[in-house]
Write a protein that binds this ligand. Structure first.
Ligand SMILES: NC(=O)c1ccc[n+]([C@@H]2O[C@H](COP(=O)([O-])OP(=O)(O)OC[C@H]3O[C@@H](n4cnc5c(N)ncnc54)[C@H](O)[C@@H]3O)[C@@H](O)[C@H]2O)c1
Length: 322
């Protein structure tokens, strides 16, 4: 009987500490939401990238080539990886001709051992990577029943699993210096399903999951200087999705490569965690979360998403070789 007041006091203290933690968490949530909203309207303070070593996978064409050129023009040392030596070396020479610093490595991102071996060569020849851009990606554009098992595995190897090997190879050095940035070029197709792209969409959902979990791991680790950005664009005019047309181009335009690169660089400079483009994708994401599935499918039909691959001819580069 004599111990009851103590027990009451300790349970009151326990409830008090839960309340404090909860109120603190809510206050932090509201504060960070406000900071996030205000930062959208604030001018972006650009980072000095002259001491950065930027690795771009899939640097031989499209977004990868454009990102590499942009970082090189700002003074970074860019490390170019691509399975296609010819295009990769050409991008490297173009950067050097413009006065930039670049080094090219041929690497098949569907091959884990090749990734680890090339990563070791990069550390020896260029130094520790501080900005990792997981950009390389492939698309089959076939229905799931038409896909061979090998094609499905390849799509996942390049679009998702390669990210694990590059993260394992380069992010520990970023953590030890508490300095770095991992940019994941995923896709809007990693947020919304698209018919004819089951393999591609699933691999991009996986890439977004990898980004989200890695972000929280870095946060839990206290690695406040290692940032992450995931990029989820609608179609871009690089030739990867040649033949695809938007049914509502005023709302969902096929994006220009330069515009996409401007936005990605903005997200890099401002440490933006998630970039969706065009902006209407943010609205679609909210709608998908709150509306019934059948209503979302009706909206997808209205915006032409259910038939978007009808004109798809295949990646331009692949067709050139055929
Ligand atoms: N173009 C679009 O409409 C679009 C839209 C959303 C997301 N994305 C994503 O953006 C990224 C870049 O796409 P892009 O449009 O520049 O395509 P792209 O085809 O122009 O470039 C992809 C590059 O990856 C390289 N690559 C392919 N397989 C490889 C492998 N096994 N190992 C090493 N390199 C390999 C290719 O050689 C090529 O240089 C991809 O991840 C893509 O999924 C593109």
């Amino acid at each position: 009987m004599a111990t009851r007041p103590n027990r009451n006091r300790s349970s009151a203290q326990h409830i008090g500490s839960i309340l404090t933690a909860t109120l603190g968490g809510i206050a932090q949530f509201i504060w960070l939401t406000l900071v996030g909203i205000v930062s959208v309207f604030m001018p972006v303070q650009k980072k000095n990238v002259k001491n950065e070593i930027v690795l771009v996978t899939g640097a031989g064409s499209g977004i990868g080539a454009a990102m590499a050129k942009r970082f090189a023009s700002l003074g970074a040392l860019v490390v170019l990886w691509d399975i296609n030596s010819e295009t990769n070396n050409r991008v490297c020479e173009e950067i050097k001709a413009e006065g930039g610093r670049a080094i090219a490595f041929t690497c098949d991102l569907s091959n884990k051992e090749e990734i680890y071996q090339t990563a070791a060569r990069v550390k020896r020849d260029a130094g520790n990577v501080t900005v990792l851009i997981n950009n390389a990606g492939i698309i089959t554009g076939k229905k799931i029943y038409e896909l061979s098992d090998e094609m499905i595995e390849k799509t996942f190897s390049v679009n998702t699993i390669a990210h694990f090997w590059t993260i394992k190879a380069f992010v520990p050095d970023m953590i030890s210096k508490n300095h770095g940035h991992i940019i994941t070029i995923a896709s809007g197709a990693g947020l919304f399903g698209v018919p004819g792209m089951v393999d591609y969409c699933s691999s991009k959902f996986g890439a977004i999951g990898t980004h989200s979990s890695l972000t929280l791991e870095l946060e839990a680790n206290g690695s406040t200087g290692v940032h992450t950005t995931v990029v989820c664009p609608f179609f871009i005019d690089t030739g990867m999705f040649d033949g695809v047309r938007s049914k509502v181009p005023h709302l969902l335009p096929i994006l220009k490569t330069d515009y996409a690169v401007d936005k990605i660089m903005g997200a890099y400079h401002s440490n933006q965690s998630m970039l969706l483009m065009p902006r209407i994708l943010y609205l679609f994401l909210v709608m998908q979360s709150i509306f019934p599935v059948k209503a979302s499918i009706a909206a997808a039909r209205l915006f032409g998403i259910t038939t978007v691959l009808d004109g798809f001819k295949g990646p331009r580069e692949t067709r050139k070789k055929e």
